[in-house]
Design a protein around this ligand. Structure first.
Ligand SMILES: Cc1cc2nc3c(=O)[nH]c(=O)nc-3n(C[C@H](O)[C@H](O)[C@H](O)COP(=O)(O)OP(=O)(O)OC[C@H]3O[C@@H](n4cnc5c(N)ncnc54)[C@H](O)[C@@H]3O)c2cc1C
Length: 293
């Protein structure tokens, strides 16, 4: 069995809880998506030196202020960290979040904002917030650039992958695996960090593949989704999936795993293989990682 060199016991977890959170300062908050589209913001949080440690792929919790209907403090909502362990500036005292301001209609037909996402999106630069975490082990990749990574995202699910790629760019490597980013969004303008991905496409090891449902169509005229792009991957993608040093990560909207599985099922069948056997092996070897919300 392939050994993935992430030492689980070394993954920091829950250094700060809701009863005793870390105070962090909003250093930067910029809107990534254009006006008139769902708002997604890039939020940089600064913390004191040596007060917080995390790995790529982990999340932090942001508790909205106030009490819930039972008079208890509001529970933190999780947000994936979109930078690597050293932060966007490489100093090691910040992390980045990619936050979508959630909107919904309540039972009385009124437009509402999600509590934590609205709080985070409204937070002004210089404002101090409470933060918990780090949380999660599932999405922590091996800290070794020789692995192949197939990263599949929808919406803000792209956040942890920005952290992975930032880390990979900073690690010196004599041997690099291939890194494929399958990113789904409605339009290029709504795809978080589109310009960064485009700029990185010149790296020989990195390939961004976009599925822009309102700008691109499949051959049979349907909206383009990530599973359609996976089907287009053909033998090149299937060969990569079957290599023992390849990991597959899915992150984003609940339900995306179904379409992705169907696409891999089709790819496997085209290559005379059985996806359920291949997938079972990937799961057993911790090379199939999923985080959907
Ligand atoms: C591991 C993980 C990582 C995540 N990473 C990210 C990330 O990187 N970026 C990101 O933007 N999000 C991320 N999320 C999602 C995030 O944690 C929150 O779930 C999201 O921001 C919504 O929280 P909220 O407090 O804004 O909304 P809430 O106030 O909690 O509302 C959430 C939903 O509950 C329903 N609801 C609540 N109150 C009512 C009511 N009165 N009537 C009817 N319906 C109601 C609505 O459907 C609403 O959309 C992640 C989640 C997980 C689990």
């Amino acid at each position: 069995m392939q050994t993935i060199p992430t030492v689980e016991r070394d993954i920091p977890l829950n250094l700060y809880k809701n009863v005793d959170p870390l105070l962090v300062t909003v250093e930067r908050s910029i809107r990534l998506t254009p006006p008139g589209t769902p708002e997604v913001r890039h939020v940089v949080l600064r913390f004191p030196k040596d007060s917080f440690h995390f790995l790529e792929g982990q999340a932090v919790g942001i508790p909205p202020p106030g009490l819930n209907e039972r008079g208890r403090p509001n529970v933190p909502r999780l947000y994936s960290i979109a930078s690597d362990r050293d932060g966007d500036d490489g100093v090691g005292t910040s992390l980045t979040l990619t936050v979508k301001r959630v909107m919904y209609v309540d039972e009385n037909g009124n437009d509402r904002f999600g509590m934590a996402s609205n709080y985070l999106c409204e937070a002004a630069e210089g404002q101090v917030l409470r933060m918990t975490g780090p949380a999660g082990k599932e999405m922590v990749p091996p800290d070794d650039p020789s692995y192949n990574l197939i990263m599949i995202s929808t919406g803000t699910g792209i956040a942890p992958f920005r952290g992975y790629v930032q880390r990979l760019r900073r690690l010196a490597a004599s041997q690099r695996g291939r890194v494929l980013l399958y990113a789904g969004a409605k339009t290029a303008a709504e795809l978080p960090y589109y310009d960064e991905w485009q700029a990185l496409a010149t790296e020989p090891w990195f390939t961004p593949i976009y599925a822009l449902s309102r700008e691109q169509s499949t051959a049979d005229g349907h909206h383009m989704h990530v599973q359609d792009r996976l089907r287009e991957g053909g033998s090149d993608l299937w060969n990569l999936v079957t290599q023992p040093n390849t990991l597959i990560f899915l992150c984003g909207m609940k339900g995306m795993e179904t379409g992705v599985n169907e696409a891999f099922q089709d790819l496997a069948a085209q290559h005379g293989s059985d996806w359920s056997t291949q997938r079972a092996q990937l799961v057993a070897e911790k090379r199939w990682r999923v985080e959907v919300y």
